[in-house]
Design a protein around this ligand. Structure first.
Ligand code: RP5
Length: 184
């Protein structure tokens, strides 16, 4: 569902059927091998909250100069960044420094000998001044990053706030259904 254009990955319609418009969130990652994980964030933003996002590969250890160029030139509509990486995961911290004006949410990928603990620690141990809001390693982290981004955007957008309430309601309903199943 994603096509490549000038080194920048975007969904075919730009943003997805339920989320047309200027991208509000940048979802970025160190490699396209991170994409299956980050599609969980793309889909959560798109289908649960109707929030358009821009998806971009940015490798700080293969092509740092392009990362700086991409991050310096994000569309003005982007208000939150979600950044995923595995291993010695510098990408979210680098973006937090490059963009003093944007909150950065980090998603550590479960990868390699240390299974994401290395990525988690390199994101969470940012020195003072360049904060990264770090989520859990792996799938839960990717989905939670999208929810957290939606919560940040909801501060100025009642429509997103409503969708957050609807999402919470669905989660409650799940517990009710589980209890009904036990009782029957
Ligand atoms: C990181 O290195 C990427 O974010 C990815 O998680 C990891 C491995 O990348 P590939 O070798 O699969 O391209 O920069």
């Amino acid at each position: 569902a994603i096509s490549q254009e000038h080194g920048v990955l975007v969904s075919p319609e730009g943003v997805g059927a339920s989320a047309k418009g200027e991208p509000k969130v940048l979802i970025t990652m160190g490699s396209d091998s991170d994409l299956p994980l980050m599609m969980k964030a793309v889909d959560t933003l798109r289908y649960e909250f109707g929030i358009p996002c821009l998806v971009q590969i940015n490798s700080v250890h293969r092509d740092l100069r392009t990362v700086v160029q991409h991050i310096d030139n994000l569309p003005d509509s982007v208000q939150v960044v979600i950044a995923c990486a595995g291993g010695a995961a510098h990408l979210p911290g680098n973006i937090a420094d490059l963009r003093a004006d944007l909150p950065v949410i980090g998603v550590p990928r479960d990868l390699g000998a240390l299974k994401g603990v290395d990525a988690l620690l390199s994101m969470v141990q940012m020195p003072e001044g360049a904060p990264v809001a770090v989520m859990a390693i792996g799938d839960a982290g990717a989905v939670n990053a999208a929810i957290h981004a939606a919560k940040e955007l909801a501060i100025g957008e009642p429509a997103i706030k409503q969708r957050l309430h609807a999402y919470a309601e669905k989660r409650k309903q799940r517990v009710a259904t589980q209890n009904q199943t036990l009782e029957s």
